[in-house]
Design a protein around this ligand. Structure first.
Ligand SMILES: [Zn+2]
Length: 90
């Protein structure tokens, strides 16, 4: 058995979709991690106990419940990270 914050998985799942709408934003690994970390700080953690077979339905219901919040948090995080990137422009 394991504890897992499923909000983290949901943010990673939606990251590319949100980044695709921001053409001038750096999409390197560092910036992607920065965006996910920030977005997760805006969202409530949702811990579940993972065991095989049981997780899928729980994630699905969480995804529907927080769909809009997740997209909003990622968009907000993208704007913050792109306004002050942690590295020099390429
Ligand atoms: Zn970058």
């Amino acid at each position: 058995m394991q504890l897992k914050n499923f909000m983290e998985d949901l943010v990673w799942q939606r990251l590319d979709e949100v980044l695709a709408g921001h053409r001038n934003v750096c999409k390197c690994e560092k910036c992607r991690y920065d965006v996910v970390a920030l977005a997760l700080n805006f969202l409530p953690p949702r811990y579940v106990v993972t065991s095989q077979g049981e997780t899928f339905t729980r994630v699905k219901s969480l995804e529907q419940q927080f769909n809009v919040d997740i997209l909003t948090a990622i968009s907000h995080a993208v704007q913050i990270v792109s306004s002050r990137p942690h590295h020099e422009p390429k």
